[in-house]
Design a protein around this ligand. Structure first.
Ligand SMILES: Cc1cc2nc3c(=O)[nH]c(=O)nc-3n(C[C@H](O)[C@H](O)[C@H](O)COP(=O)(O)OP(=O)(O)OC[C@H]3O[C@@H](n4cnc5c(N)ncnc54)[C@H](O)[C@@H]3O)c2cc1C
Length: 479
């Protein structure tokens, strides 16, 4: 390819979350001049951290994990040399209401979906009739024909049609889906829920393990990723909110920061759904009619309860708690806090609408009580520090109508693209969705220069058994 048409062509990327970072990564493989504008002090967006006066190190606003099926997120980490920032865990732990722990680990010698059959049978908190009905519902869900058949259903309606008991819904379906989709099952579509099960569990043995950050997310994205991109020539403008972009004489003119202006041949908006429409002049907005419907994208909150305890509660690195307000607990081990060393736990509560109005103190007491009960501690450890962080617009709800509202990344104006987890990727509100959107936006920009290239990573392959059982193949998802 002749890189000349791209050489020196300027691109503005607005938004330094995962979508903006991925777009910058892909485009920095070509001889563009790339400028990334971020309103906040640091990059990472919702996958970010904050500093608190009591803590010498940064604290993630909320624990983030990826899964093996997040091929584009993992690909981005590989290209930016960030793999060592994440630990891959193949063993999960479920803890029932009585404090019994059930490990869940796949057998990598068996093809999907058999790799999880043994692990599934060990989850004794599910009764035999419930297990049987769950398997039969998974069987009904898996074939690609189910997408069309149940396209208009919410997951809750579908589960009721499949005669799932309330216990099975609470202990199995909600456990997986509320943390993956961040919204109640009465809001999320069957299609989004199916994708979680098919891509995460039924298709490939390497899909279900989780990737847990080993260092604060800000170190990963604001320091290490930015350094690698900086070495490739990407210019970062932090604390530079872009106020508006207009189009004139084949150029995108932006106003940013405290009255600065700049002009670019290309423009990518990588900001959340509730901020995107505000960025554009009326003329540009008219070119992207789907932006008029972003107010129909519902947001869902996620709360995280940070606890620093004088005594440790468990050796497990993380656990899923059943039948409790607390959903996932992550054990970050000993940390320095003021003059003391304290044991740091982070408890994640997705779709936390029902917690609105509950005092932080009351929530902390409840969560701590649940941890003590779950891990069978003899006495409640002393609380050295605590914090509750709720992101009200943490994720978008993957409702049945969502797919009709999501805009694609490319627009009818060459050189103008949208990115962000909420754009058309087929993925829920996740780091993977954000990275995919950034890569697709980069591809849209490249097309202007006659370059038709896939810059992202393929999905994991489908096992021969899943192909035979359900006809799963490459093109059987909603993306
Ligand atoms: C509490 C919580 C827990 C989560 N847990 C997980 C998880 O475990 N696993 C997972 O995969 N995903 C998780 N997610 C979702 C994940 O964080 C998001 O899907 C992803 O980070 C979105 O990236 P993005 O780039 O699309 O948007 P954002 O991260 O929102 O980035 C957009 C950026 O644009 C900037 N911006 C906005 N307006 C302007 C402007 N005018 N000018 C300049 N900059 C601007 C913002 O400051 C922000 O940095 C979680 C999210 C939250 C909030």
């Amino acid at each position: 390819m002749d890189p000349k048409p791209m050489r020196g062509q300027r691109i503005a990327i607005v938004g330094g979350g995962l979508a903006g970072i991925a777009a910058a990564e892909a485009l920095s493989r070509f001889p563009f001049e790339i400028h990334l504008f971020e309103a906040k002090r640091s990059l990472g967006g919702r996958a970010g951290a904050y500093r608190d006066s009591d803590h010498p190190s940064l604290i993630d606003r909320c624990q983030h994990v990826a899964m093996g099926c997040c091929t584009n997120f993992l690909g981005l980490c590989r290209r930016l040399d960030l793999q060592s920032c994440f630990r891959r865990d193949t063993r999960l732990h479920f803890i029932d209401g009585d404090g019994n722990a059930y490990p869940f680990e796949g057998n990598s010698w068996l093809p999907a979906p058999l790799h999880l059959a043994g692990a599934f049978r060990q989850q004794k908190y599910l009764s035999k009739p419930d297990l049987k009905r769950i398997v039969s519902a998974l069987w009904e869900m898996a074939p690609p024909s189910a997408i069309k058949k149940y396209a208009d259903r919410t997951m809750r309606t579908w589960l009721e049609e499949q005669l799932q008991s309330e216990t099975a819904i609470a202990r199995f379906w909600e456990v997986v889906l509320v943390s993956a989709l961040g919204a109640p099952l009465s809001d999320v579509s069957f299609v989004a829920a199916r994708k979680v099960f098919v891509d995460g569990f039924l298709r490939n043995v390497h899909a279900y393990p989780i990737y847990v950050p080993q260092i604060p997310l800000q170190d990963v994205f604001d320091i290490q990723a930015a350094q690698r991109l900086g070495e490739r020539g990407v210019h970062f403008h932090r604390q530079s909110p872009v106020r508006q972009v207009a189009y004139f004489n084949s150029r995108f003119n932006i106003r940013y920061g405290q009255g600065s202006e700049a002009s670019f041949e290309n423009f990518i908006a990588a900001v959340p759904w509730h901020q995107s429409p505000k960025l554009f002049s009326k003329i540009l907005r008219n070119l992207m009619p789907k932006l008029d419907h972003t107010d129909r994208i519902a947001s869902s909150p996620i709360s995280s309860v940070h606890l620093w305890l004088e005594q440790p509660l468990t050796d497990l690195p993380h656990a899923v708690l059943l039948d409790r307000t607390s959903q996932w607990v992550f054990n970050h081990g000993p940390r320095q806090l003021k003059e003391k060393t304290a044991h740091y736990y982070q408890v994640v509560i997705s779709a936390s609408q029902s917690l609105a109005g509950i005092e932080h103190k009351v929530l902390v007491e409840k969560v701590l009580g649940e941890l003590v009960e779950a891990f069978g501690a003899d006495q409640t450890p002393n609380l050295v520090g605590q914090q509750v962080v709720t992101e009200k617009q943490a994720v978008f709800s993957a409702t049945p109508e969502l797919e009709t509202i999501r805009p694609s990344q490319g627009t009818i104006l060459p050189g103008l693209a949208l990115a962000g987890d909420w754009t058309q990727t087929g993925w829920p509100s996740t780091m993977e969705g954000a990275v995919r959107s950034g890569y697709l936006a980069a591809e849209a920009i490249l097309r202007k220069y006659g370059e038709h290239q896939v810059v992202g990573d393929p999905d994991l392959s489908t096992s021969f058994l899943s192909r035979i059982l359900w006809g799963l193949g490459k093109k059987d998802t909603c993306s």
